[in-house]
Design a protein around this ligand. Structure first.
Ligand code: NAD
Length: 308
């Protein structure tokens, strides 16, 4: 397939690199000059659980210099960069390009609809992990999967072909009509752990070791899931709380991306996580006081690290 990846950081480089390695026509688009220069000069170093460390040759350029006309575009910027990235990559989008977002948070399809016809938008959620070790070098250790569907719920042969291509490279992908509930469930998890770790400047294990912080994380998840249910989603409440406990008990040294962003002085994805939940909660007149408090505190820290 001809696949363009917009936002070739940790996740985008992993997905694009694995597809390129298998012979698909991949173009990576990013704005990180150091990453672009390293991948152009030396190739992309991929380090994965299954295949270890190797170098993959894959074209990379800035979005406004895109040359491929893709069948599929996978969007993997952080949520706060979606509009700017798509604006610059407009030239790459054909009338029939399928655009898939696997970004965290809510409201991603709505942002895409400013640039892409509704019947070309696919949404999804992934538990595949990835980290950028340094420019040109991506690391992914641990299992994960991808669930996706057309945002409008219709059947798409091309989405099925993309799911198969991803599965063939070890990124187990399924087309699943219950993705919206899965997206909400991941948002509940992220709203609970990312924010508490971000504000407290601590690891997931630190939260797990504090009875009060563990209880707070569960209260936030419960609030978010109550909003999801009121919005019409069928939620696996027991499953989300069990996943949260598993992370608190096992991912002890993990620093969630929101904490990593704050430590690096970067803005976070708070608006696509707590911000979106609170917009739905207000529309449905459902109280979400813990989610609201953490939203305010993360935004406070964002301002402090930006001005530091
Ligand atoms: P990342 O910061 O590593 O990558 C984002 C990339 O987007 C960066 O390379 C950045 O330079 C690029 N970018 C920023 N502005 C751009 C623009 N205007 N045009 C083109 N590129 C631009 O982030 P990531 O960890 O790869 O996460 C991407 C998304 O996937 C996020 O929504 C995240 O929440 C989600 N996610 C991440 C993981 C993970 O393990 N890393 C897992 C599941 C979901």
């Amino acid at each position: 397939m001809r696949v363009t990846v917009l936002g070739a950081g940790a996740m985008g480089s992993l997905f694009g690199g694995l597809l390129a390695e298998r012979g698909h026509a991949v173009e990576l688009l990013d704005v990180n000059a150091a990453h672009i220069a390293r991948v152009q000069a030396e190739g992309l170093t991929l380090d994965t659980e299954r295949q270890g460390r190797r170098v993959v040759r894959v074209p990379i350029t800035r979005p406004d210099a895109a040359s491929q006309r893709p069948e599929c575009l996978i969007l993997f910027t952080k949520t706060l960069h979606t509009e700017k990235a798509l604006e610059a990559a407009r030239g790459a989008l054909q009338a029939d390009t399928l655009v898939l977002t696997l970004q965290n948070g809510l409201g991603n399809a709505g942002k895409l609809s400013q640039f892409v016809a509704p019947d070309r938008i696919a949404v999804g959620v992934t538990t595949v992990p990835a980290d950028m070790v340094e420019p040109g070098h991506v690391h992914s250790h641990g299992e994960g999967h991808i669930r996706m569907m057309m945002a409008g719920g219709m059947h798409s042969e091309r989405l099925g072909t993309l799911a198969q291509a991803l599965t063939d490279v070890g990124l187990t992908a399924t087309v699943d009509p219950t993705v919206q509930a899965a997206i909400w469930q991941k948002v509940a998890f992220n709203a609970a752990l990312n924010t508490v770790c971000g504000v407290a400047n601590c690891t997931v294990g630190d939260v797990g070791r504090s009875a009060a912080a563990r209880q707070l994380a569960h209260r936030i998840a419960a609030e978010v899931l109550a909003v999801a249910e009121a919005d019409g989603q069928r939620i696996d409440l027991v499953g989300v709380h069990a996943t949260l406990d598993h992370a608190l008990d096992h991912h002890l040294a993990h620093k969630p991306s929101m904490l990593q962003d704050l430590l690096a002085g970067r803005p976070t994805e708070i608006d696509a996580i707590n911000g979106e939940v609170l917009r739905v909660a207000r529309r449905l007149a459902i109280p979400a006081p813990c989610t609201e408090a953490l939203d305010a505190l993360v935004r406070l820290r964002e301002g402090l690290v930006r001005d530091a």
